[in-house]
Design a protein. Structure first.
Ligand code: ZN
Length: 331
């Protein structure tokens, strides 16, 4: 009985919210409206499929990051970024890959479902896309372990499941989608200096290019997470010395290297916020564990994007400048 009531209620909510999503193109909406619209969709799907909203938000965020990083996927027309290839949506043997008839999709074993009950299963309709993905996950169960198995079967990539789980943890903890605040990695009241050195040649350890920005500061200056995120890596590397890697909810990986030490309680899996102290500036690296002093103390800060297969570095300098400016203005 309760379930039918929920479906009934969500059908009403869905009808009420349709004009919002179909009348206004996503690019004309404010960031606030986009988050509100997405949250409404996730919660509606949670009510119908019992898949917790933060898992849906996490998958959507992961796919948004991947769309941004790849050229072979068209831009989303709506609020939801989960991508289905036409063949997968309509069924590989379906003669018409643009088919939107739910019955023939089912016949040809296409994955697409009609989420908003308008008689069409559309590959570019937010409700249909999200309902299709939520139903897939729900077929595995509703608890975290089963959802993770469903995600593994879908992506066949451990790293994809790890990233999505990290996103889900963040959304669950903060109970909101807007996790866009940023800070500069070094407190502004400390002495520091930096300039754009991305792509410079590096001598030590063979031919490499410099994949980041060096922020010079005194030993033991606090190093702060610039974003909301999950600690994905912590430990020694012969290039980076003591270093920490944090992934944010846009699937950007932030790399902090040459630390003198870590903040206690920071370990793999820890959730951090903009401003959380993670370690301290040092000169570690360029040798076996514990090596330090081979160069002046500085924080090496790198940013990496992921496209679902590989990761690559991009220049963090413009971001650093703008976060620094933003933080100055707030004071
Ligand atoms: Zn560096």
């Amino acid at each position: 009985m309760k379930r039918f009531f929920l479906i009934f209620i969500s059908a009403i909510i869905i009808c009420l919210s349709l004009p919002l999503h179909q009348g206004i193109a996503a690019e004309e909406m404010s960031a606030d409206d986009i988050y509100k619209g997405r949250m409404t969709l996730y919660k509606q799907m949670e009510a119908v499929t019992y898949v917790p909203w933060y898992w849906l938000a996490a998958v959507d965020a992961y796919e948004r990051g991947i769309r941004r990083a790849r050229k072979d996927r068209e831009e989303t027309e709506g609020l939801i970024s989960i991508f289905y290839a036409p063949k997968e949506w309509a069924g590989p043997l379906n003669p018409d890959w643009e088919d939107e008839d739910p019955y023939s999709l089912a016949l040809f074993e296409g994955i697409g479902l009609d989420g908003d009950q308008d008689g069409k299963a559309s590959r570019v309709n937010d409700m249909d896309i999200l309902f299709t993905f939520a139903s897939y996950l729900a077929s595995y169960g509703h608890d975290d372990d089963n959802i993770e198995i469903g995600l593994w079967d879908y992506y066949q990539r451990d790293q994809a499941v790890n990233i999505i789980k990290g996103h889900a943890d963040l959304y669950k903890k903060h109970q909101k989608l807007d996790l866009d605040d940023r800070v500069f990695p070094v407190p502004l009241n400390y002495n520091y200096s930096y300039r754009s050195t991305w792509g410079d040649r590096r001598g030590w350890g063979g031919r490499r290019i410099h994949e980041g920005t060096d922020i010079f500061a005194g030993y033991n200056t606090p190093v702060r997470s610039t974003t909301y995120g999950v600690v994905e890596l912590k430990g020694w590397n012969r290039f980076g010395g003591w270093r920490i890697g944090i992934r944010d909810n846009n699937n950007v990986y932030h790399y902090y290297a040459h630390l003198s030490g870590f903040e206690k309680d920071i370990k793999k899996g820890t959730l951090v916020e903009p401003g959380t102290v993670i370690g301290y500036v040092g000169s570690s690296g360029y040798g076996k564990p514990g090596t330090q002093g081979k160069f002046p103390p500085h924080l090496h800060y790198g940013m990496y994007r992921d496209n679902g297969y590989t990761e690559w570095s991009f220049d963090p300098y413009p971001n650093l400048r703008s976060w620094e400016k933003q933080e100055r203005r707030k004071k």
